[in-house]
Design a protein around this ligand. Sequence first.
Ligand SMILES: Cc1ncc(COP(=O)(O)O)c(C=O)c1O
Length: 469
Amino acid sequence: MSTHQEITALVGDQIGNDPEIRSLVEQLSRRVEQLTTQIREVKGPQPSCREVGQAWVERTGKIRGRPLHYQFVGSGAGRSSLVELMDGSVKIDLINGIGIHLFGHSFTPAIREGILGAISDVVNQGNLEPNREYTLMLEKLVSMASRGSRIKYGWLATCGTMANESALKIARQKKSPARMILAFQNAFAGRSTLMAEITDNPAFREGLPEYHEVLRLPWYDYRDPSSSEKTLRVLKEHVEKHPNNICVFVFEPMLGEGGYMPAPREFFLPLLEFCRSQKIPIWLDEVQTFCRTGEAFAFQKLGLGEFVDIVTVAKTAQVGATLYTEEYNPKPGLIAGTFSGSSAALRSGLAILNEIDNGTYFGPGGKIEKIHQFFVGELKRLQEGSCRGKIADVTGLGLMVAFTPLDGKKETVNALLQKMFEKGVIAFSCGKNPVRIRFLLPALISEWEMSAAIKIIEQALIEGVHGAT
Ligand SMILES: Cc1ncc(COP(=O)(O)O)c(C=O)c1O
C-alpha cells in the first residue's frame, strides 16, 4: 500500500476529509457569518437585554471576588472589531482580550478550524500524546521565527507566562549556576512567582517574598540623546558587579505593559553585542509583539535576528511557545507539562498564523503598515486639531499604538477609559508616570471602523473627565 493510501485509510483522515463533515462545518461557519452581519455599528445597551447584561456582570464579579474592570461579558458574537455584549450593546474592541484576537471577533477561518479541532478525539493535547496540530503549530512557529535567526526548535506552553518560565529555565540550565537576570525597567513578563519578579511592578507582587535576582536597565528615552550610552553603561556595571552570575538578558522589543514605547535598532545593538561578547544568553519576550509590529517577529522588524537565542510567544498563537536555537535545546526533563493546548485552539491558532503570514500583512506597504499609518495619522490629526493639549506622545509599532491622554494620571486615564467604553470603544491602559492609553488593533480593521473609533475617542477627550484637563 502506498503512503498516500495508508494515510487516507486513517479514520482520523476520514473524519477530517469527509465531504459531509466538511460541508456541515462550512454550513456552520457560514451560518455564524450570516448571523453576525447583524452586528454593524456601535450601539448602547438594549432595553430588552440591559438587566440581563447587568446581572451577568455582577454575577461574574461576585464569583471572582472582584468586580470586572469593564462592564463586559460578551454574548459570543462579534464581527471584525465589533463585539456584542450581554446587555445588547455593541462596542469597537481595540484591545482584543489584550492581544488574543488578532483578527477581532467571529473570524471565520478560526471558527471553522476550531470546529474541526472540537470534533477530534481529545479536547486537550499533551506533550506525551500529541496529535498532528501540535507538530504543525511548532513547525509554523519555528518557520516564522527562523527567518533571519538561528531558531530551530520549539516547545508549547499553555500561556505566555509558562512559555517564559521555560525560557528562563533553558537559559539557567545553559549558564548554570548563574542566577541573575538582566531586564528593563517597567518590563512585563507575566505573573508566576518568578515572572512577577521580572515584571517591574511592585503592585503585582504585593506580599510576595523578593528573590533579588533581577538587574534593571533603563529603557530608551527618545528625549535624551545619551539614552543609549546610559543603558549600555548600566549594563556594563551590572556585568562587572556580577561576574559569571548573569544567566540571561530578557527584553520585550517594544515596552508593552510598561508604556508602549518603541526603541530603535541602534539602541539595542550595542547592548546585544556586549551581551554576546560576555556570553550572556539573549531572550526576546514577544508574547505581545508577535505578529503585530509589521513583521512576524519584532526582532525581524528591528533586524536583530542574529542575536536571538530564545524567543517566547503566546496570545495571537492561541497557545504559548518557547522557541530556541540548537545551542539552547535543553536537557530532557527540564521543560514539559501535561497540557500543550486544546485541539480547537491549536487549529484556530494555525488558521490565524497562516492568514497573517499569507504575504499581504507584513512588510512595507503591507496591511499592518496601512492600518498603523491610518490610525496614528488620525490620532495625530486630533492632537493638532480638536484635541490639542489633550493628546501627547502618539507612539507604537504596527498594530500596537498608544498615546498619553490629558494629565496622564492613573485616575484620569481610568475615568477616560470608562467614558470611552460607555461610548463604545474598548482600549486599555499601560505604563506608569504617565499612564497611557493603548490599542491592540485587529489586523483586519477597516478604515470605517477606525474612523468610528476615532470619533468616540475625540468626543471622550473633548468632554474630558472630572478634575483633569
Ligand atoms: C510581554 C509579555 N510577556 C508575558 C506575558 C504573560 O502572558 P500570559 O498572560 O499569557 O501568561 C504578557 C501578557 O500580557 C506580555 O505582554
